[in-house]
Design a protein around this ligand. Structure first.
Ligand code: HEC
Length: 96
């Protein structure tokens, strides 16, 4: 019974935390970013192209995506900053 309570507490903490996982980043990427970044520079898998971008950090690059960088639209087409950040983290993780 005690274990059940601990488990329930952990689940509740996870839900309250609401942190996006890598899986969400991939979902956002597939939906909003892949249309361009699969075929267009900076292209997924082109580690040399991403290295200087990754070097600037997730927060700075999320801010850049939120602003947009032609032809990339504001937020990169994602629904929210959280989604954009998760997608940036996903892209970075795939191009290191
Ligand atoms: C309409 C096409 C398009 C879409 C949609 C798009 N991007 Fe981009 N993105 C680009 C292009 C092109 C660049 C390069 C812009 C440049 O450096 O001039 C870029 C640059 C970036 C950069 C580097 C920004 C910088 O300041 O150097 C990041 C990070 C990025 N995209 C992430 C994303 C994410 C995350 C999404 C989805 C949420 C997304 N992009 C959606 C076309 C797109």
């Amino acid at each position: 019974m005690k274990r059940l309570v601990i488990l329930a507490g952990a689940v509740a903490a996870l839900m309250i935390g609401g942190q996006v996982s890598a899986a969400d980043g991939k979902a956002v990427y597939d939906k909003s970013c892949a249309g361009c970044h699969k075929g267009m520079k900076p292209k997924m898998g082109d580690k040399a192209a991403w290295a200087p971008i990754i070097a600037q950090g997730v927060d700075a690059m999320t801010a850049s995506v939120m602003k947009g960088k032609k032809p990339m639209p504001p937020k990169g087409g994602a629904a929210s900053e959280e989604d954009a950040k998760a997608a940036v983290e996903y892209i970075f993780s795939q191009n290191k």
